[in-house]
Design a protein around this ligand. Structure first.
Ligand SMILES: [Zn+2]
Length: 167
């Protein structure tokens, strides 16, 4: 059995800015209206014959969407980007292959520093999947779930999907 949440219709959306450091066009600060689709496969069980309660899954995904919404997403673990924090500000420095240095400064409250190497849809789909898995495990609601599949769409028509087997 597969449970499916459609990000557009279920309201699992966020609008954020990011920089794909080093990329020709996406290396400039730009934004997307993201939406997140989730599939959970497993066996119906419990009093209601659920794979998982839709309401719970939506709450979990919305929690992360809200954390990312209207922020600049910054990859903390990028190989060629250094950052430093001084009181309420963050400074980023990216060295391009040509040796050119790009420097940025932002109010700390405007960014979300993520434990990722990049803020591509690919990396974000892994991040969402792990977040959903951890939350479901914490709530002890993962026992009948075999697989979590998350698609992070950068607007309509393009997205990255990640599938994680739980057992
Ligand atoms: Zn982008």
């Amino acid at each position: 059995m597969i449970l499916e949440l459609n990000g557009i219709y279920a309201g699992l959306r966020f609008s954020s800015a990011h920089i794909v450091f080093g990329h020709d066009s996406c290396g400039v600060i730009h934004g997307h209206s993201y939406y997140v689709d989730v599939k959970l496969s497993g066996s119906p069980s419990g009093d209601f014959g659920f794979v998982c309660d839709f309401k719970i899954v939506k709450q979990i995904v919305k929690e992360l969407c809200n954390e990312l919404d209207h922020k600049l997403l910054v990859p903390r673990d990028h190989d060629n980007m250094e950052y430093s924090i001084d009181e309420d500000s963050i400074f980023l420095e990216y060295v391009e292959k040509s040796g050119k240095v790009k420097k940025y400064m932002f109010p700390l409250e405007d960014i979300n520093l993520l434990p990722l190497k990049s803020t591509t849809a690919e990396e974000l789909s892994i991040y969402f999947t792990e977040f959903i898995k951890n939350r479901l495990q914490k709530l002890k609601m993962d026992s009948s779930i075999l697989e979590i599949e998350t698609t992070v769409n950068e607007g309509i028509g393009q997205g990255a999907r990640y599938k994680m087997l739980l057992r």
